[in-house]
Design a binder for this molecule. Structure first.
Ligand SMILES: Nc1ncnc2c1ncn2[C@@H]1O[C@H](COP(=O)(O)OP(=O)(O)OP(=O)(O)O)[C@@H](O)[C@H]1O
Ligand SMILES: O=C(O)[C@@H](O)C(=O)CO
Length: 408
């Protein structure tokens, strides 16, 4: 294994796997830290954790375990993948995990680059934009678990780490890899080894990739992986992919803007579950039976408007609501699998994490792309599509079902 990646959620890890596969790297996504060794042909391993919204100390512990496993597989470079909207709080977990990884690898200089231009995430003058909005005006300020109210990533990161935070501006990136390396060195000398990396276009990410050849540790969204495979001698052999037919069901616990538009646009049968129903112990088995009795592509969703989410969290507590909903989606996925469903679409990072943990595959093969950042994946005869909250076009659910069966 050449490139070792640690993803802080399952959908985000599949987003990264998608980029690496498209850039010609044989990539496998592991669900948690594997017990045994990776197959010898794997060139990039993505250890997917569910560590984005857990206490920072636990996230650090899990990430260090993942690092140890990846080191044992012979990796030369390590990438910590988090969300392209830098989802975190003042407590972490991006900063504390990155500091722990940097300490373990003995490196001072680490870049932070969540840019993903294909989905409108760009970084300019240290500020993160989502399309033409600052992060803090993009809808992410209302995120149920990690509300992002400050678009200046230098400030956001500085609140999470004990080291100085520096910056490599776009004007330096446009001068090429040597200029980037010189700036990284001078930032580290000044005690600002953790740097926010400007990147506006895919070309910028390719320049970053060239500049980072040989760097021990880097962190960011899937975009930063665009330029990494080119630094390694690859086998050039792609894995074969076969589609999967049969009953398909979509589950959505995501309240992001894009998901809510997809839920609204979905033409197939829909069943809403409220947080109250989930807290009241709604039976997952009967939800699965409802789905199996439908024609077409049934969708079970809790996706709700920000005002509804805020009111529910205020009444019952954020963690209690999240645990109840994620538990319900997890049990529903397990019930669907036990009743013979072979294709499950899941929307939302936390939701998908719960769904995948319930299905408990060890490793996921990365297949064709549905929409930017969302691949189809296979574990045995179960095919999954895990959609990050804000990814995908309005027809995502129908398109996912089609690509799962027929390929891209
Ligand atoms: N009806 C609801 N009422 C209150 N909270 C809800 C409701 N539905 C979902 N939630 C909360 O929203 C969270 C959604 O998180 P999830 O990570 O699954 O989606 P997302 O944030 O859109 O995706 P991503 O993390 O990929 O951006 C759930 O964990 C749950 O706590
Ligand atoms: O980077 C992204 O936006 C996604 O891969 C993700 O992690 C969203 O949860």
């Amino acid at each position: 294994m050449l490139l070792g990646c640690i993803g802080d959620d399952f959908t985000g890890s599949s987003d990264l796997g998608n980029t690496l596969v498209k850039q010609g790297m044989r990539t496998v996504q592991y669900v948690g830290v594997p017990k045994g060794d990776a197959a010898p042909e794997v060139e990039a391993g993505v250890v997917a954790l569910k560590s984005r919204s857990i206490p920072a100390a636990e996230a650090v512990k899990l990430s260090l375990e993942a690092l140890e496993w990846l080191k044992a597989q012979g990796c030369q470079q390590f990438l910590f993948k988090y969300c392209s909207t830098f989802d975190s709080t003042a407590e972490g977990n991006i900063g504390p995990v990155a500091e722990a990884l940097a300490d373990a690898l003995g490196t001072e200089s680490v870049i932070f680059c969540p840019a993903f231009p294909a989905t409108g995430r760009t970084i300019y003058q240290g500020h993160l934009f989502v399309q033409d909005h600052l992060l803090s005006e993009s809808g992410m300020e209302n995120h149920p678990l990690t509300p992002m109210k400050d678009p200046d990533l230098r400030r956001v990161l500085a609140a999470q780490v004990s080291r100085g935070v520096g910056h490599v501006p776009a004007s330096t990136v446009w001068q090429g890899p040597d200029a980037i390396r010189a700036r990284l060195a001078s930032e580290a000398e000044e005690g600002r080894g953790f740097v926010i990396a400007d990147a506006i276009r895919d070309e910028d990410l390719l320049t970053w990739g060239a500049a980072l050849k040989g760097a021990k540790l880097l962190t960011g969204g899937s975009g930063i992986a665009l330029g990494l495979p080119g630094n390694f001698a690859l086998s050039g052999k792609a894995g074969a992919w076969t589609g999967q037919g049969g009953q398909v069901v979509a589950l959505s616990g995501s309240c992001s803007n894009a998901t809510r538009a997809q839920v609204a646009a979905h033409g197939g049968p829909k069943r809403e579950v409220t947080a109250e129903e989930a807290l009241g112990g709604l039976d997952a088995d009967s939800l699965a039976d409802w789905a199996l009795a439908q024609d077409g592509l049934p969708l079970i969703y809790s996706s709700a408007e920000p005002a509804t989410v805020a009111a529910t969290q205020k009444k019952h507590g954020r963690e209690k609501v999240a645990a109840a909903l994620e538990g319900l989606f997890a049990r529903t996925a397990a019930a669907l699998a036990s009743k013979g469903v072979k294709r499950i679409i899941s929307a939302g990072g936390e939701t998908s994490g719960a769904v995948v943990e319930a299905l408990a595959p060890e490793a996921l093969e990365i297949g064709p792309e549905i929409d930017p950042g969302v691949p189809v994946m296979r574990a045995g005869d179960m095919v999954l599509a895990l959609k990050s909250g804000n990814f995908g076009a309005a027809d995502f659910f129908a398109k996912a079902a089609r690509v799962m069966e027929q390929g891209a």
